[in-house]
Design a protein around this ligand. Sequence first.
Ligand code: ADP
Ligand code: MG
Length: 742
Amino acid sequence: MKLKIKGLTKIYHTESEGALALNDVSISFPETGFVVITGESGSGKTTLLNVLSGFTGYEEGDYFIDDVSFLAYSQEDLEKFRKNDIGFVFQDYHLVEDYSVIDNLIVSLLVVGVEYKKAKEQSLNILKRFGLEDKKTDLVRNLSGGQKQKIAIARALVKEPAIILCDEPTANLDGPNGIAVFELLKEYAKDHLVIITTHNYEDAKDYASELIRLYHGKLTVHTKIEEQYGRTEQKEERKTNFLPLSYLHFKNHIRRNVFKVSFLGIFIAIIILLLTLFDANIDDTWTKVASQSVFNNINANEVLVMRDNRGAMNEDELSSLRDNSHVTHSQLYGHASEMNYYYRENFDYEMDYEIGSQKTGHGGKEEYGKTVFSPLRNDYYLKNYVSFVGENDLSEGKLPTEYSEVIANNNYHIGDKIMVYFRDPAVHNFNTFSLEFTVCGIYRGNDDNLYFSSTFMKAFDFLEYYGVKSPLHVTLNLFNDLTKENTSTDLTYLPIYKPSLDDDQILISIYVGMAMPEIFRADVSIVNTNVTVFDNNMDVSFTKECFTEELTAKYIYVGKNVFEMIMKDYVSNTSRIYLDAYSYMDEVVAGITSRGYNCLSAYRTGSTVYDAEKQTQRAVILIVSLVLVFLTTFVYFVFDYLFEKKRQNVDRTLYLLGLSIDNIKKNSAMIIGVSCILSIIIGICLYFILAVALQIPFVQNINTYFRFHHLLIASGVTILASFFVWLWYSHRTSFLLKGGKK
Ligand code: ADP
Ligand code: MG
């Protein structure tokens, strides 16, 4: 390549005056050779190099590259020229201080499109030539001025440009080191053009093939010492290798990036969790029923439906309800299928029977048994119900007919033996008896219940003979009477407790009671009664004198007759429908209600129609998620702001190495994009670790409500945040590189 300047004048305009840095200078450079520019400080040497590299424009005259005027060069041409044909050794090095030595060299090769592997190899070779091999992994920041100077020269040489411009390359090198550098450059100058500036002419003169002397911006001497005839070719354009460039960025700022990416990952995991919560409605407890009725559901996907007018429903009505998009099937029932009437409010108590001993006046001991009340515990509350399964509920096997057969969940297999322990907790004698059951069917639900045959449930009456006289007895009677009407398909199940027995043993606790709600107290006018147990003949078994006034429990055990008398319509006219997923409950209940049906019970849902408190929770969750989203973006900005200076240094160097501003924007898009993707991956992994691997019960529960779009939203937010960060960053960087002041 041929460089030529003709009558070139460069003036620096400062606020007060203009400095004439180059004054009518004409030089024709050879295509190869070692050109030494000397002159005192301030004579215009650096300015001349800057003009030659295209970093600086000029006022008068012209500059020709291969006989093409610089003025005809587009921004793009100029960037290409700088990137492919020029190697610049800056007086103040412009190395990336927090990159390792070798990475500084590799970067310059990646910019000109050399593959990573090759770049590494070439960089190592040149480091060997400079005797810096053992420093290759050191950070540039920790090196001496002389070492930095050598690296700056090595960086210019390694990409083998047609022209190397060195601004005072030996200023920081001692005699022998300076001479070694001159020798290297001289060698290179055999078939390339090397232009160096120096104010130390004595050292350089032995190597120079041409000598140029500047004085106050004027060319005073131009001597050709030896003639050169070599020619250099313009290099062909190659695309910058962005991916390894961003890799180097991560590698050299590993701690900072790991921190940033993990932090963002945690945010993403939290956002997914919150979104899941929002959809799932944090609902994993049994709470109030949907419509003031007495029923609670055993199955989260189940709704008890009744006509508003309490009339009997027919099969056609039911199948029309089935048309609702999330309803999978329905069942017509002639009786109440749920009889768990506990419900929880501020002062709900449960009745218990306590046996103990107390000292008597004569120093002896006396056994006593008394009924006590304790606040209703949530876990009891959760586990207390009576329900049935039908053929539709089975995924495998058959309904039990023999008393020794049982239906279990899919932790079991057909034919498994289950040892079941029974006790009556109403009488705390801890006498248990055990029976062995064989699994004959697997049901679809994932609760821990066992479903027994109605044969067995009838046989269960033998508890009476076993000597247990308790509310249990009354309840079971009711139970069995109901099952009699449906002996062919209906099964009854009992809730299971697993106290300190072995894993394969199950203890059934029979808190099968019925707690009556307001309706009962209003209709029967026993509002102030504390707890009363009726038998089937409506004889009160426990009287209210048994209890203290302030204990106003709201539930009562009743016999079937009593129940039917009060709840006649409910007993005879309720049907059930099943949803494919609990989270559609709101939608379905709203649809059914609008068609003139009453949803007697539904797993608590988040709709305003059902629960204002729930709505508040949802609103809070939504706000928290939005705040988090906002915070994520903000934190991202803060991170990038904190790290910005360092990255801007890197970008300035890349710019000086010939990377165009557009490509610098591309490069930061790559870096931000990669950290964004890494954060998303970490976030998602973290979510699944929390939800699944660690088996945190609550989170695991949420996981059943996890939807793919939660993940998409959380990722989308991060991508959007990254995009804004990138916009902001690249705007700022190009502003600064174009000469803007902070
Ligand atoms: P040298 O490299 O030979 O020391 P320079 O090319 O750096 O000389 O400077 C030549 C003249 O131009 C000096 O008088 C210097 O003060 C002036 N100069 C250089 N750069 C600038 C600038 N960015 N703004 C204003 N004046 C400048
Ligand atoms: Mg200078």
